[in-house]
Design a protein around this ligand. Structure first.
Ligand code: PLP
Length: 406
């Protein structure tokens, strides 16, 4: 008789977005005349940039011709993309990363979930709280997180590092020593960032205790403030302790097109074993490459045209972020994030819980956001709005906030 991986049975239900969906559907059904504005989504809404579309078309045409047709992609990704990434994302920022340290993939979600494959089950993980749920859930599936306590909403074997306004949403070094540390900056859901000096503290700590940092830089393109690192490899020594995850989803709108990459420097070792070799083996065995046409389109993001157009898209979203920040601040809310990230994290007023505030916004202002408690216990009392909506809807939502009614 076969057996299942019963770690899956330990996972609590993922109620956040389904509960939101159900509440919104019920409200809309009962109030068909109301126009509900959705500022809860973490997905982009602008179409792909013209330079990307142009390259997608030409790459499709290449697939129709015997001489230029491409089959399986190389394991690590096409050289043309990996060298372009190195030149633009690393060399240009003074980071000494080589093209063969880049592993092209279908996105940061799969990489952040799959990276656990190369680590032993008895490693202890540390995560920020609140957190992008994929890090915890995928470790739970692997049997690395112990027992889930529904009352505290915590796993027994996970080190939670609270990120609240008290510590400016930058975690303190944990008291208990972790083996694997997940950091994500600019952060989802808080929309806040970390300075280079603060990140250096984490790199020094990881090197000292022999931990590995999994650094999710999916929102790097949204950074506009100086002295905020775009890559963890801007910190000294990071090549000896950090893996970096990157995505084309939020910088170039590839959420539905799928492209990302993971960086594993060759000097990152456990004893004398290179993590690079383990991930290369894993990638070669379980992944057959991101499609040629998508990798070609990814390279187009780095052309002059592509850079200009994607920058304009980010500016569009960040203008929305500013409108939300200003609108909320003007209405007396305590607001965080939204400067170097497309997420705005606000403190719920009058000690409302995150879900009470969700209901208040939906029913009174017809605005949908995401309750902070859905991202972890320290998210209670906070609420996330995103800048990925249209300018028109964003402005309309802030008019409602200002008026205190829909
Ligand atoms: N990492 C973070 C922190 C995210 O918020 C998201 C998506 O919302 C991802 C990774 C997923 O990226 P991708 O679309 O490349 O899988």
């Amino acid at each position: 008789m076969f057996k299942i991986n019963d770690n899956y049975l330990k996972l609590p239900g993922s109620y956040l977005f389904s509960t939101i969906g159900k509440k919104v559907a019920a409200y809309t059904a009962a109030n068909p005349d109301k126009e509900v504005i959705k500022l809860g989504i973490g997905d982009v809404t602008l179409p792909l940039a013209p330079a990307v579309i142009k390259r997608l078309h030409s790459a499709v045409d290449e697939m129709a011709v015997k001489e230029t047709f491409k089959g399986y992609a190389p394991d690590l990704g096409y050289e043309f993309l990996r060298t372009t990434i190195v030149e633009n994302d690393y060399k240009a920022r003074g980071c000494d990363i080589a093209a063969d340290e880049i592993f092209v993939s279908d996105g940061a979600k799969s990489d952040s979930g799959n990276i656990g494959d190369i680590f032993a089950v008895d490693n202890k993980i540390a995560v920020c709280d609140p957190v992008y749920p994929v890090y915890v859930d995928t470790n739970a599936m692997a049997g690395r997180t112990g027992v889930y306590n529904p009352e505290t909403e915590k796993w027994s074997d996970v080190i939670y590092m609270p990120c609240t306004k008290e510590n400016n949403f930058v975690p303190e070094l944990p008291k208990e020593e972790p083996d694997i540390i997940y950091l994500c900056f600019p952060n989802n859901p808080t929309g806040t960032t970390i300075t280079k000096d603060q990140l250096q503290v984490w790199v020094d700590y990881a090197l000292k205790i022999g931990a590995v940092i999994i650094y999710d830089a999916a929102y790097e393109a949204y950074i506009s403030t100086e002295n905020i690192p775009h890559s963890i490899y801007e910190c000294e020594g990071a090549k000896g302790c950090a893996i970096e995850l990157r995505s084309f989803s939020k910088n170039a709108g590839f959420t539905g097109t799928r492209l990302g990459f993971t960086v594993i420097p060759k000097e990152l070792k456990c004893g004398d074993v290179m993590l690079h070799s383990l991930w290369a083996r894993r990638h070669g065995t379980k992944f057959n490459g991101a499609p040629y046409i998508i990798q070609a389109a990814g390279a187009a993001v780095y052309t002059d045209e592509g850079k200009k157009e994607t920058k304009e898209q980010i500016a569009y979203y960040m203008n929305n972020a500013k409108i939300i920040r200003d609108g909320l601040t003007g209405a007396g809310y305590e607001v965080y994030g939204g400067v170097d990230a497309p997420y705005i994290w606000l403190k719920t007023p009058d000690k409302m819980t995150s879900w009470e505030f969700f209901d208040y916004l939906l029913e009174n202002l017809n605005i949908v956001g995401t309750p902070g408690s859905g991202f972890g216990p320290s998210g209670e009392g906070y609420f996330r709005l995103t800048a990925f909506g249209s300018l028109e809807n964003t402005k309309k939502a802030m008019e409602r906030i200002k008026a205190g009614k829909a």
